[in-house]
Design a protein around this ligand. Structure first.
Ligand code: 13P
Ligand code: SF4
Length: 350
């Protein structure tokens, strides 16, 4: 074990100030001064490498808390992190999330070296359809606007008119000029989109492909009913990747960023977070006075990130950790994401 120098001791104290609040830890760890001391040499090394190499680390809220609070420069949902990548002037972007997010960063920040800690960090949604699959659907529905959820590969984005995130999907699709909309790859988000557009009185025909999020599709109305019976006053907060039945039984449905805002601003004795457990960890740190009753699930892909892999990707990235894209494909994908930035209502731009 590394001797606890004053620098390690100070780093351990810094880590503890955030991590001491985390109860929903993916490995069941209890964060105390000893556990913080054990990771402090690594967070110090990563933070030093960041300065030396002019790098930033973007962390999705689903990755492990020691990554988000130990080394993350930007933490948030897909929309926020896309903006951070677009506006970054750093030479290196390390994306602690999943591969489609790192690809999005490369599309938006082509001059940066973009690296992923683990090339295996896929996504059941992004992996459900290819650019070729979208071309086939477009041939069947030539009059439709073509919309992709950001959880898609660069290859898919290059085929689409506009990209959306969980935070702007309803507003962007509602404002499209055509009645028919081809929406890929999330079938459940498409169902939630149909209900929301109906509620808003917007007449659209949504045609979708068949992807689902392997994490969010597992939540059920029965889980909600059981939790409500056990915890009076409970607020149920879910993501639009959940089934429409779960969305209908929830008090709030939104992006992970919007879910965090809702919890922070809503007085309630208990919250059930129907999403990935990393978000609960973030809320425990940032809203330690709130009570979370469990019930979240782990995304195996997000959990492939680790401090060790981030250090290695920063110190000397292996070829498989470096994101590269064909320039023509990148430009077409950038147009699709650029359209999203243009169409996102001002109130949803944070
Ligand atoms: P958010 O953009 O809401 O953070 O969602 C990303 C994601 O992968 C949800 O499963
Ligand atoms: Fe993909 Fe679902 Fe994991 Fe999000 S939680 S990265 S949608 S598999």
């Amino acid at each position: 074990m590394t001797a606890a120098t004053p620098a390690i001791e100070a780093e351990a104290e810094r880590l503890l100030a955030a991590l001491m609040h985390v109860e929903c830890d993916p490995h069941g760890r209890k964060w105390n001064l000893d556990t913080c001391r054990s990771i402090a040499p690594l967070t110090l090394e990563i933070n030093r490498l960041k300065k030396e190499k002019d790098a930033v680390i973007l962390t999705h809220s689903y990755v492990e808390p020691e990554i988000v609070y130990g080394v993350g420069d930007f933490k948030g949902d897909s929309y926020y992190l896309s903006m951070a990548a677009r506006d970054s002037r750093a030479k290196i972007i390390v994306f602690a999330g999943v591969v489609f997010m790192a690809e999005t960063a490369k599309i938006l920040s082509p001059d940066a070296l973009v690296v992923v800690p683990d090339r295996g960090s896929g996504c059941s949604l992004a992996d459900s359809i290819t650019g070729d699959g979208v071309r086939k659907l477009k041939a069947l529905h030539p009059d439709a606007s073509v919309v992709c959820y950001i959880n898609s590969t660069a290859d898919v984005k290059a085929e689409c008119d506009v990209c959306v995130t969980s935070g702007n999907v309803y507003d962007i699709v509602a404002g499209l000029p055509t009645r028919r909309v081809l929406f890929v790859p999330d079938r459940l988000m498409a169902e939630n989109l149909r209900s929301e557009l109906k509620r808003r009185g917007v007449d659209k025909e949504i045609i979708s492909s068949d992807g689902t999020c392997m994490v969010h599709e597992e939540f059920s109305p029965a889980q909600i009913a059981e939790a409500r019976a056990q915890f009076p006053g409970l607020k149920v907060v879910s993501h639009p990747e959940c089934t429409p039945e779960v969305a209908a039984a929830s008090d709030f449905v939104g992006s992970t960023g919007a879910m965090m805002k809702y919890v922070k601003t809503t007085p309630a004795p208990y919250f059930l977070m129907l999403t990935e457990c990393g978000l609960v960890g973030r809320l425990e740190v940032e809203s330690p006075e709130k009570n979370f009753i469990g019930g979240c699930r782990l995304c195996p892909y997000m959990k492939l990130n680790s401090l060790e892999k981030i250090r290695d990707a920063l110190a000397a990235p292996r070829p498989d950790q470096i994101v590269t894209l064909d320039e023509d494909l990148r430009r077409r994908a950038a147009r699709c994401i650029g359209k999203m930035f243009e169409l996102t209502p001002a109130a949803k731009k944070d």
